[in-house]
Design a binder for this molecule. Structure first.
Ligand code: DGY
Length: 325
């Protein structure tokens, strides 16, 4: 029996490849930039499996080019790069990689909270450019994290991991989710509130919800204006959750104290993006899950999910459960 053909659209770590070796006939795209669509489509002609990353848009056009496709295994927990409804219509399984990247993403969220509150990036640049002449009472004064109020929008696994870290900083925790979770409230010491109250009360507002039609543009001008003038917005989820033009005005006109962003509406963020000119906006290039442990975990989990489907087994992380009869 010939092995099922698989296309791996990003340079996945060896930990994942070794799971697939000898079990599927894979072609590996080894470059960091995404494969050109025409090359990708040609390679998908006979493929039964696609191991995809965020830069690959798996839409109807791609599915048309891949008539034998049974599974799109995403190397990410988010899957807004995949048209799940279209995949479901065609009986294609979509899988993701939850859990393995939860600690790394929560750590990065906290790094952003601390870096923006204590102006770490600005301070580093100040020192290196020779600005440090004397210890002074008002030099690079920031905001205190300990004892402040954190508002978590989206209390899934990553939101909960952020809450646990916030507990270590004696923060008061508010949260909003589409589903209230009484079972975690006492464990995490978190209070459920509506978004409006969360925005008004929080010193740090951090986003951990998925991107879909109802969350796109969740934070716009009205929401930013309702936040405290001393508040910081953190986004390590998805760029389009935030209206970037409104955020620019909020940070430059000081409606809020600042923002810290791992993600952007367009990625890579264009260098002429106005937000990049502001000292009170801390930015990193979508590295939430970029720890060695998390990335190896994502490689393993995405390979296992892919293989499960091709071997006729229900994958652990099936997003569109309705395709599995
Ligand atoms: C995800 O997994 O969705 C992240 O954004 C990339 O790790």
């Amino acid at each position: 029996m010939p092995l099922p053909k698989v296309y791996i659209g990003l340079p996945v770590q060896e930990a994942g490849l070794e799971i697939l070796r000898g079990k599927v006939d894979f072609k590996l795209w080894e470059k960091e930039e995404a494969p050109p669509r025409n090359e990708l489509f040609a390679d998908l002609k006979d493929a039964e499996g696609l191991l995809a990353g965020l830069p690959i848009k798996a839409d109807a056009e791609l599915f048309n080019a891949a008539p034998k496709l049974k599974v799109v295994s995403n190397y990410a927990v988010g899957y807004d790069n995949i048209d799940v409804a279209e995949a479901t219509k065609r009986g294609i399984c979509v899988t993701n990689t939850p859990e393995v990247l939860t600690p790394a993403t929560a750590d990065l969220t906290f790094a952003l909270i601390l870096a923006s509150a204590r102006r770490i990036i600005e301070a580093n640049a100040f020192l290196r450019s020779g600005g440090w002449k004397v210890w002074a009472p008002e030099l690079l004064v920031g905001r205190e994290v300990a004892g402040s109020v954190i508002g978590i929008i989206g209390m899934g696994q990553i939101g909960q991991a952020v809450a646990r870290r916030a507990g270590g900083f004696d923060m008061r925790i508010l949260y909003f989710d589409t589903v209230r979770r009484p079972e975690i409230e006492s464990r995490l010491g978190a209070r459920y509130v509506q978004v409006e109250e969360l925005l008004q009360e929080s010193d740090f507002v951090t986003l951990h919800c998925i991107l879909n039609d109802s969350t796109r543009g969740l934070i716009g001008e009205a929401q930013l204006r309702s936040m405290k003038k001393t508040a910081i917005l953190i986004n390590a989820a998805r760029g389009p959750l935030v209206d970037q033009q409104a955020l620019y005005r909020a940070c430059s006109e000081k409606w809020i104290w600042g923002a810290a962003l791992d993600v952007f509406a367009k990625e890579p963020v264009p260098l002429d993006e106005p937000l990049l000119t502001l000292p009170n906006v801390t930015t990193v290039p979508h590295i939430g899950s970029a720890s060695r442990t998390a990335r190896n975990g994502m490689a393993v989990r995405s390979a296992e999910n892919l293989l499960a489907v091709l071997q006729g087994n229900k994958p652990r992380d099936l997003v569109n459960k309705e395709v599995w009869k």
